[in-house]
Ligand binder design. Structure first.
Ligand code: ATP
Ligand code: MG
Length: 180
Protein backbone atom coordinates (compact mmCIF):
# COMPACT_ATOMS: atom_id res chain seq x y z
CA UNK A 1 0.00 0.00 0.00
CA UNK A 2 1.35 3.35 -0.99
CA UNK A 3 0.20 6.95 -0.94
CA UNK A 4 -0.08 8.02 -4.59
CA UNK A 5 -1.53 11.50 -4.51
CA UNK A 6 -3.57 14.05 -2.65
CA UNK A 7 -5.79 16.72 -4.12
CA UNK A 8 -6.71 19.68 -1.93
CA UNK A 9 -9.26 22.35 -2.78
CA UNK A 10 -10.66 25.00 -0.46
CA UNK A 11 -8.91 23.45 2.55
CA UNK A 12 -7.18 26.02 4.78
CA UNK A 13 -4.64 28.04 2.73
CA UNK A 14 -5.25 25.92 -0.42
CA UNK A 15 -7.91 28.03 -2.13
CA UNK A 16 -6.99 26.72 -5.58
CA UNK A 17 -7.18 23.05 -6.47
CA UNK A 18 -3.71 21.65 -5.68
CA UNK A 19 -2.59 18.14 -6.55
CA UNK A 20 0.53 16.57 -5.05
CA UNK A 21 1.81 13.31 -6.51
CA UNK A 22 4.04 11.10 -4.43
CA UNK A 23 6.57 9.21 -6.50
CA UNK A 24 8.75 6.27 -5.43
CA UNK A 25 11.22 7.00 -2.67
CA UNK A 26 10.97 9.78 -0.17
CA UNK A 27 9.11 13.05 -0.66
CA UNK A 28 10.10 16.23 1.13
CA UNK A 29 7.89 19.30 1.21
CA UNK A 30 9.75 22.50 1.89
CA UNK A 31 8.64 26.11 2.15
CA UNK A 32 8.82 29.21 4.29
CA UNK A 33 6.98 29.51 7.60
CA UNK A 34 3.24 29.77 7.06
CA UNK A 35 3.36 28.50 3.48
CA UNK A 36 1.08 25.53 4.21
CA UNK A 37 3.30 22.51 4.90
CA UNK A 38 1.43 21.55 8.07
CA UNK A 39 -1.87 22.21 6.27
CA UNK A 40 -0.97 19.39 3.84
CA UNK A 41 -0.48 16.85 6.64
CA UNK A 42 -3.70 18.10 8.23
CA UNK A 43 -5.53 17.60 4.94
CA UNK A 44 -4.25 13.99 4.92
CA UNK A 45 -5.45 13.43 8.50
CA UNK A 46 -8.77 15.11 7.78
CA UNK A 47 -9.62 13.06 4.68
CA UNK A 48 -8.75 9.91 6.64
CA UNK A 49 -11.43 10.80 9.18
CA UNK A 50 -10.05 13.26 11.73
CA UNK A 51 -12.98 14.46 13.87
CA UNK A 52 -11.24 16.89 16.18
CA UNK A 53 -11.21 20.49 14.92
CA UNK A 54 -8.83 21.34 17.75
CA UNK A 55 -6.21 18.88 16.53
CA UNK A 56 -6.47 20.64 13.15
CA UNK A 57 -5.74 23.93 14.92
CA UNK A 58 -9.31 25.18 14.59
CA UNK A 59 -12.15 25.99 16.97
CA UNK A 60 -14.84 24.31 14.92
CA UNK A 61 -14.69 22.12 11.82
CA UNK A 62 -15.73 24.82 9.25
CA UNK A 63 -12.53 26.68 10.24
CA UNK A 64 -10.71 24.33 7.86
CA UNK A 65 -12.53 25.91 4.88
CA UNK A 66 -10.53 28.62 3.09
CA UNK A 67 -11.42 31.74 5.06
CA UNK A 68 -10.46 34.30 2.40
CA UNK A 69 -7.72 36.90 2.18
CA UNK A 70 -7.67 40.62 1.48
CA UNK A 71 -7.89 39.88 -2.23
CA UNK A 72 -9.93 36.74 -2.20
CA UNK A 73 -13.38 35.85 -0.97
CA UNK A 74 -13.88 32.96 1.45
CA UNK A 75 -14.93 29.68 -0.12
CA UNK A 76 -18.07 27.71 0.65
CA UNK A 77 -16.52 24.27 0.54
CA UNK A 78 -13.37 22.30 1.38
CA UNK A 79 -12.60 19.12 -0.53
CA UNK A 80 -9.74 16.67 -0.12
CA UNK A 81 -9.16 13.49 -2.14
CA UNK A 82 -6.43 10.99 -1.34
CA UNK A 83 -5.38 8.08 -3.55
CA UNK A 84 -3.66 4.91 -2.32
CA UNK A 85 -2.14 2.15 -4.42
CA UNK A 86 -3.70 -0.92 -2.78
CA UNK A 87 -2.37 -3.64 -5.08
CA UNK A 88 -1.25 -5.62 -2.02
CA UNK A 89 -4.74 -5.25 -0.44
CA UNK A 90 -3.23 -3.85 2.73
CA UNK A 91 -6.49 -1.92 3.08
CA UNK A 92 -9.23 -4.51 3.49
CA UNK A 93 -11.16 -3.86 0.29
CA UNK A 94 -11.22 -5.43 -3.16
CA UNK A 95 -10.13 -2.19 -4.80
CA UNK A 96 -6.52 -2.16 -6.00
CA UNK A 97 -6.63 1.62 -5.96
CA UNK A 98 -8.47 3.31 -3.11
CA UNK A 99 -9.75 6.86 -3.55
CA UNK A 100 -11.12 8.57 -0.45
CA UNK A 101 -12.87 11.94 -0.61
CA UNK A 102 -14.17 14.17 2.15
CA UNK A 103 -15.99 17.46 1.64
CA UNK A 104 -17.30 19.99 4.11
CA UNK A 105 -19.68 22.81 3.26
CA UNK A 106 -20.02 26.02 5.26
CA UNK A 107 -23.61 25.13 6.16
CA UNK A 108 -22.20 22.13 8.01
CA UNK A 109 -23.05 19.45 5.42
CA UNK A 110 -20.44 16.74 4.90
CA UNK A 111 -19.83 14.30 2.10
CA UNK A 112 -17.71 11.16 2.33
CA UNK A 113 -16.81 8.87 -0.55
CA UNK A 114 -14.76 5.73 -1.10
CA UNK A 115 -13.94 5.21 -4.78
CA UNK A 116 -16.47 7.92 -5.70
CA UNK A 117 -19.35 6.14 -3.96
CA UNK A 118 -21.05 7.98 -1.09
CA UNK A 119 -20.40 6.41 2.28
CA UNK A 120 -20.38 7.27 5.98
CA UNK A 121 -17.50 8.68 8.01
CA UNK A 122 -17.57 5.36 9.86
CA UNK A 123 -16.76 3.49 6.63
CA UNK A 124 -13.65 5.63 6.15
CA UNK A 125 -12.58 5.12 9.76
CA UNK A 126 -13.10 1.35 9.38
CA UNK A 127 -10.97 1.34 6.25
CA UNK A 128 -7.97 2.68 8.16
CA UNK A 129 -8.53 1.13 11.58
CA UNK A 130 -5.75 -1.25 12.62
CA UNK A 131 -3.63 -0.34 9.62
CA UNK A 132 -1.38 1.81 11.77
CA UNK A 133 -2.67 4.78 9.76
CA UNK A 134 -5.59 5.67 12.03
CA UNK A 135 -6.16 8.98 13.70
CA UNK A 136 -4.08 8.19 16.77
CA UNK A 137 -1.25 6.42 15.01
CA UNK A 138 2.43 7.16 14.71
CA UNK A 139 2.26 7.41 10.93
CA UNK A 140 1.62 11.15 11.01
CA UNK A 141 3.47 13.07 13.66
CA UNK A 142 2.52 16.73 13.65
CA UNK A 143 4.50 19.62 15.08
CA UNK A 144 4.67 19.33 18.87
CA UNK A 145 3.22 15.80 18.90
CA UNK A 146 6.43 13.99 19.86
CA UNK A 147 6.50 16.01 23.06
CA UNK A 148 2.83 15.36 23.77
CA UNK A 149 3.22 11.57 23.25
CA UNK A 150 6.06 11.50 25.77
CA UNK A 151 4.08 13.59 28.24
CA UNK A 152 0.81 11.66 27.82
CA UNK A 153 -0.75 9.48 30.50
CA UNK A 154 0.31 5.79 30.40
CA UNK A 155 -3.22 4.66 29.41
CA UNK A 156 -3.29 7.09 26.46
CA UNK A 157 0.12 5.90 25.35
CA UNK A 158 -1.15 2.32 25.68
CA UNK A 159 -4.04 3.00 23.26
CA UNK A 160 -1.57 4.39 20.71
CA UNK A 161 0.49 1.20 20.98
CA UNK A 162 -2.69 -0.92 20.76
CA UNK A 163 -3.71 0.69 17.51
CA UNK A 164 -0.24 0.21 16.03
CA UNK A 165 -0.30 -3.44 17.18
CA UNK A 166 -3.73 -3.94 15.59
CA UNK A 167 -5.72 -4.88 18.68
CA UNK A 168 -8.03 -1.85 18.61
CA UNK A 169 -10.43 -3.34 16.06
CA UNK A 170 -10.59 -6.55 18.12
CA UNK A 171 -11.35 -4.59 21.30
CA UNK A 172 -14.07 -2.53 19.61
CA UNK A 173 -15.71 -5.66 18.17
CA UNK A 174 -15.56 -7.30 21.61
CA UNK A 175 -17.20 -4.27 23.23
CA UNK A 176 -19.90 -4.27 20.56
CA UNK A 177 -20.57 -7.99 21.03
CA UNK A 178 -20.79 -7.57 24.80
CA UNK A 179 -23.31 -4.74 24.52
CA UNK A 180 -25.57 -6.75 22.20
P1 ATP B 1 5.77 26.44 9.67
O1 ATP B 1 7.03 26.30 8.86
O2 ATP B 1 5.78 27.67 10.51
O3 ATP B 1 5.40 25.21 10.41
P2 ATP B 1 3.78 25.76 7.65
O4 ATP B 1 4.34 25.73 6.28
O5 ATP B 1 3.56 24.47 8.35
O6 ATP B 1 4.60 26.76 8.58
P3 ATP B 1 0.96 26.10 7.93
O7 ATP B 1 0.82 26.11 9.41
O8 ATP B 1 0.61 24.84 7.22
O9 ATP B 1 2.41 26.57 7.54
O10 ATP B 1 0.09 27.25 7.26
C1 ATP B 1 -0.37 28.33 8.00
C2 ATP B 1 -1.10 29.27 7.07
O11 ATP B 1 -2.36 28.74 6.72
C3 ATP B 1 -1.34 30.61 7.74
O12 ATP B 1 -0.92 31.63 6.86
C4 ATP B 1 -2.83 30.65 7.93
O13 ATP B 1 -3.35 31.93 7.76
C5 ATP B 1 -3.31 29.77 6.79
N1 ATP B 1 -4.64 29.21 7.07
C6 ATP B 1 -5.01 28.39 8.07
N2 ATP B 1 -6.33 28.16 8.04
C7 ATP B 1 -6.81 28.86 6.98
C8 ATP B 1 -8.10 29.05 6.42
N3 ATP B 1 -9.20 28.45 6.91
N4 ATP B 1 -8.22 29.87 5.35
C9 ATP B 1 -7.14 30.49 4.82
N5 ATP B 1 -5.91 30.35 5.30
C10 ATP B 1 -5.73 29.56 6.37
MG1 MG C 1 4.20 23.64 10.14
Amino acid sequence: MKLKSIEISGFKSFADRTKIEFRDGMTGIVGPNGSGKSNITEAIRWVMGEQSAKSLRGGKMPDIIFAGTEKRKPLARASVTIVFDNADHFLKTNYTEVVVTRRLFRNGDSQYQINHIDCRLKDILNLFIDTGLGRESFSIISQGRVESIFNSKPEDRRSIIEEVAGVLEYKQNKQKAESE
